[in-house]
Structures are given as structure tokens and as C-alpha cells.
Write a protein that binds this ligand. Sequence first.
Ligand SMILES: [Cu+2]
Length: 165
Amino acid sequence: MVLRILAIALISVLAACSLGNKLTFGDKFLGAPTEEHVAEPKEWVAATDWSNPEAMTVLITEYEFQPSRLVLEAGKPYRLKIINRGAFKHTFSSSGFFKSIAVRHLVAAAGKTYLPVVSRLVFEPDEEKELLFVAVRTGEHKLECTAPLHFPLGPWAASGTITVE
Ligand SMILES: [Cu+2]
């Protein structure tokens, strides 16, 4: 009896989680930069020469980022392509990194978003997105997948670091 109640409770929790994920689990943008973000991203974007950004590609698979370590230079523009080569949905989450850059635009299947304040990018299998940004502040940031059960210490953790020097 106790077991049955536990099983029902567990199923309800899982159902609630997956419903919640379906509703809310997508790219996340903020309306405006917070105090922890680069101030005036628009000014940074306007002051940057976009004629020759350095191209980088990160592949997401089960369960790692390739490469798992990115080293960027402050003041330089980048064209970062992120592709999910896995069979499952994954995220490219690095709050510290997103706070230390100014994004010119994000290219996704739905189109281009100019000057987004990105908080999290989510990828369906085979989905790819491109982020044009200038690295502004130096620091070392954790990169992780925050899909359910994929988070660091979760059983299917993809993780890495992004360093801005
Ligand atoms: Cu994942």
C-alpha cells in the first residue's frame, strides 16, 4: 500500500515536471540586462567591428560539449555556432558567460533576434543556433546542460568552461 502511494506520488511528480518542461523549457531571454550583466550592450555592439568575427563551433552530444573548454579574448567579436548532435534535448547554459558578453544577434530557425539578453539556449536534436557577440568582461565560467537530470552531478551531465581572458 505504501509502495503504491509512493509510486503514484512519483508518477504525479514526473508528470508535473514534464508538463512544466513542455511549457517553460525553451530559450530564455531577459527584458533588460541586470546589474550583473554588461551594461549598455547596445553601445558595445555599435563600437565593435563585425567584418571578421572569429568563428567557433560547439557540438552538444550525450553527454558532453565538444570542445568542453572555450578560451576567448576580451574585446573580440565571435560567431559561435552551437549544434545539438545528440538524440535528446539539451541546453547551453552559462549564466556567467552570458552576463559577460554583448550579443549582436542570435540566429535560430525562427529567425534573427537582435540584441537579446540571453539567459539560456535550448536545442532540440539536430537544432543549431548562431550567436554573434563581443566578449566584454574577463572571467572563467561554468558551461552546463540544465535539461532535467542532465545538470552537473546529475546522471547525464555535460559540462565545460568558458574563459574570457
Ligand atoms: Cu543535456
